[in-house]
Design a protein around this ligand. Structure first.
Ligand code: CTP
Length: 403
């Protein structure tokens, strides 16, 4: 997503600049060309040399600097930028941008660029909540600026409040989301399910499975990076949802079914990566089941089969975790659940399936064609699956156009 992109990183005078160093480093590692523009105040906190060493590119500090080896027209960066990110952005700089003031390199770049602009504010909580700052932010949002954060937590003054620079992962996620807006899933609504469901036995116990949710979360992230509007219906997991994705947290299969039936009404594609419990206890005990008897039987009843129940005109993708006869079982499920594609893996392999970051899958289509993929990261698998989804989407339509 960021490879070979020209990203201008505007850095302003805040103690949070150390996070900007990390953002510059991550983007550079991913292959972006990062041009850092520093305000005077930013240079009080960190020297341009730090960014220069990390990005391997000159750092712009002065608008008119004839002696510097980095002497460029003040609008050059603006013209070639694919994206401008200002992180951290102080209240002062936000005010200047809202007023169209271009008295330094950053102001000029922002005013002159046609690229999308992301602003990550960092400031004292009172400054952030001040009506003047809020009006400035509202004004910039109206003009199409994207804001990320600020977060709540310990501020430079030692107080706790709203004003912390957003986390690095949040800033990077927002960058990918904004860069992906014109991707091959732009204007498409993709519904993804992830994780295992939990079926309560009593107030403290449940029946579940070993799904970590990693495959579904990777699909949600990949779809977001390709411009989709993503709804992620997730069972309980230990994962952070990708930035910019609408998350609906559920616990049971019935809750997951209800959430998916609702979300799928507007969907262009549904990818069911969740490991849905096929059965649930017939009745969950109201109070904790005590250890009174030698044996305990719990009656289980069938849960809804979500893929079979959810109807609609969208691309349908199922996942099959199999421990034997992978292709044959996958084909049976594809037919039985009326799927366009099924992604199957052998869960007995240690490098593939539950809990790990890699997966070795095969994809079967309606025609029965089987495509085996090598061992890949779950994010790579997600992109391969989405490549196939894109081929199946009707060219002329995107649900998002209607909404
Ligand atoms: N699935 C579903 N609802 C269920 C069970 C599964 O929608 N109650 C979906 C899964 O999310 C997956 C696909 O169906 O995309 C296949 O799931 P899997 O558990 O492999 O298949 P089952 O139909 O449950 O068959 P079995 O457990 O007998 O292998």
């Amino acid at each position: 997503m960021v490879r070979d992109k020209n990203i201008v990183l505007g850095v302003t005078g805040s103690i949070a600049v150390y996070k900007a160093v990390e953002v510059a480093s991550k983007l550079t590692q991913e292959g972006a060309k990062v041009d850092v523009v520093m305000t005077k105040a930013a240079q009080e906190f960190v020297t341009p040399l730090t960014f220069r060493a990390i990005t391997n590119r000159p750092v712009a500090t002065e608008m008119f600097d004839p002696v510097s080896e980095f002497s460029i027209e003040h609008v050059t960066l603006a013209a070639r930028a694919d994206l401008v990110v200002i992180a951290p952005a102080t209240a002062n700089v936000i005010a200047k941008l809202a007023g169209g003031i271009a008295d330094d390199m950053l102001g000029c770049t922002v005013l002159a660029t046609k690229a999308p602009i992301i602003v990550a504010p960092a400031m004292d909580a009172n400054m952030y909540q001040n009506q003047i700052t809020q009006q400035n932010i509202a004004r910039l949002k109206e003009r199409g600026f994207t804001f990320v954060g600020p977060g709540y937590g310990r501020l430079a003054t030692g107080e706790i409040g709203l004003g912390r620079l957003a986390d690095i992962e949040e800033i990077l996620g927002t960058i990918r989301q904004v860069l992906g807006r014109r991707g091959d899933l732009a204007k498409r609504r993709i519904v993804v399910s992830a994780g295992g469901t939990q079926e309560p036995m009593d107030p403290v116990r449940h029946i579940s499975n070993r799904s970590s949710g990693k495959m579904g979360y990777a699909i949600a992230e990949a779809a977001r990076d390709r411009g989709a509007s993503v709804v992620l219906v997730s069972g309980p997991t230990a994962l952070h949802p990708p930035v910019g994705v609408e998350v609906i947290q559920v616990q049971t299969a019935v809750q997951m079914r209800d959430a998916i039936v609702d979300a799928a009404k507007q969907a262009d594609a549904l990818l069911m990566a969740a490991a849905v419990s096929d059965y649930r206890p017939a009745a969950a005990a109201k109070s904790k089941i005590k250890k009174e008897r030698e044996t305990l039987s719990i009656e289980l009843v069938r849960n809804p089969d979500i893929l079979s129940e959810v109807r609609g005109d969208f691309v349908r993708v199922g996942f099959a975790a199999e421990s034997e006869n992978v292709v044959e079982n996958a084909k049976v499920k594809l037919k039985g659940k009326n799927l366009d594609l099924i992604v199957a893996n052998d869960i007995t392999a240690t490098d593939s399936g539950f809990g790990v970051d890699t997966n070795r899958v095969l994809i079967v289509d309606r025609q029965g064609k089987v495509k085996r993929l090598p061992l890949l990261s779950k994010l790579e698998v997600a992109h391969k699956v989405l490549d196939r989804v894109v081929e199946l989407l009707p060219k002329s339509r995107g649900r998002m156009k209607k909404t």
